[in-house]
Design a protein around this ligand. Structure first.
Ligand SMILES: [Zn+2]
Length: 158
């Protein structure tokens, strides 16, 4: 049995989300985040990855990125929350969505999109309604080095 199912989202009123089909323990790998592996050169040059659109791009390493904006990537439906219960985690070229808290059956699965804070952050309002919601999809501080605005950062072996 899958640990998740797709349903209309509570966070994104016009979109879908993933929900836990049963209680999930912290540390459980829930779903594989999949997509097309592309070179960083391609993601830097292709207008498809323009910063003005929300993108599903992960930096895998110095050479490769993953474009998760494909219909067969169910994990792309996971919404951002300021108090997320899941996070992206991975080794090599594989990315997992892993529970970072104990999750109750029926809860919506959420991640931290990890967009960097910059002057354009207002284009991605956050509607997660959690107590500590900052109103926009940004992470606290710029802890990570990213070479492109709004690219989701991802550290292998973190
Ligand atoms: Zn929020």
């Amino acid at each position: 049995m899958k640990l998740y199912h797709i349903k209309k989202s509570n966070i994104d009123k016009n979109g879908k989300g993933l929900y836990a089909t049963r209680d999930i323990k912290e540390g459980t790998k829930i779903i594989n985040y999949v997509g097309n592996i592309i070179t960083r050169k391609e993601s830097d040059e292709n207008p498809k990855f323009d910063n003005s659109k929300p993108i599903y791009l992960f930096n895998l390493n110095n050479r490769y990125d993953m474009d998760g904006n494909v219909s067969w990537n169910t994990a792309r439906l996971i919404n951002h929350s300021c108090s997320n219960n899941c996070d992206y985690e991975g080794t090599g070229l594989k990315i997992w969505v892993t529970a970072i808290k104990n999750i109750k059956k029926g809860e919506e699965l959420t991640c931290d999109y990890g967009f960097s804070y910059d002057s354009d952050y207002r284009q991605f309002p956050c509607k997660c309604k959690s107590k500590n919601c900052v109103g926009y999809i940004v992470r606290e501080g710029s802890r990570w080095r990213i070479n492109k605005k709004f690219k989701k950062d991802y550290r292998p072996n973190k």
